[in-house]
Ligand binder design. Structure first.
Ligand code: CTP
Ligand code: MG
Length: 237
């Protein structure tokens, strides 16, 4: 609605298969510290102040979500089985669903990976505070701490091709916060290959704001990540 203040919606892509995690099924339903990965993620998002509603995007054939996230229900907790073949497609379909449910082109959307289950509400609130008046939007990210190597694979194994200067390099996390209309245009133009929302927006020659995140906001990706997440979650109790 023109003139009305922008609202913030969360969009949680949860339609992946978790190939790298080898968890015996979609990693978002693996149980870590007593409940599923996605249940942890949604509990954190539910505690964020200032979110209008939350949409979880599932694979069309998903039969597990309701069992693994039983507490996720209510007028502002939405589920849509409209996931696509790539993360970008899942997010794009989710934006259409948000539009159908009343979100405006000018409203903010915070896209957050279901697999990033160590999220703390304060991190999301700091992103919202930093981006709410921004022209473009932004993302949580972490300045690179380690020395970065570019590799080359050959008959003698994987070796260092060269060292990439780490100054000015950041690791992108989520949430990533953009206005719905801009993000939809960006994803349509970028196609399905982008691995985050920011890349799509950058391709429009816009510069998203980098907001310092936290090293604990890791994305469960590899088999060993689950035990690490479990340890971190246990020590938070
Ligand atoms: N995702 C999605 N739709 C896809 C692919 C990914 O909604 N087609 C979601 C995942 O469920 C996850 C988030 O995007 O919450 C981040 O993606 P990633 O960590 O790559 O998860 P997967 O694609 O499931 O894992 P992998 O790449 O190892 O298969
Ligand atoms: Mg993936």
């Amino acid at each position: 609605m023109p003139g009305s203040p922008s609202r913030c919606f969360a969009l949680v892509p949860c339609a992946g298969i978790g190939e790298r995690a080898q968890a015996g099924g979609p990693k978002q339903y693996a149980v870590v510290a007593g409940r599923s990965v996605v249940a942890h993620t949604l509990a954190a998002l539910t505690a964020v102040r200032g979110l209008e509603a939350m949409l979880v995007v599932l694979a069309p054939e998903d039969r597990q979500f309701e069992r693994h996230a039983p507490a996720f229900q209510g007028a502002r907790a939405w589920v849509a089985r409209c996931g696509g073949a790539t993360r970008a497609a899942s997010v794009g379909h989710g934006l259409d669903e948000l539009r159908r449910r009343g979100a405006g082109e000018h409203d903010w959307v915070l896209v957050h990976d279901a697999a990033r289950c160590l999220l703390r509400p304060a991190w999301v609130e700091s992103l919202m505070a930093a981006c709410r008046d921004d022209e473009v939007g932004g993302l949580l990210a972490l300045p690179l701490a380690d020395t970065l190597k570019e590799s080359i694979a050959g008959p003698a194994g994987v070796r260092v091709a060269h060292t990439v200067p780490r100054a000015g390099k950041w690791l992108a996390q989520t949430p990533q916060m953009f206005r719905l209309g801009l993000l939809r245009r960006a994803l349509e133009a970028a196609g399905t290959g982008v691995s985050d929302e920011s890349s799509a927006v950058e391709a429009l020659h816009l510069a998203p704001r980098l907001v310092r995140g936290d090293i604990e906001n890791l994305k469960l990706t590899w088999p060993a990540d689950f035990a690490l997440a479990e340890r971190l979650l246990e020590t938070r109790r």
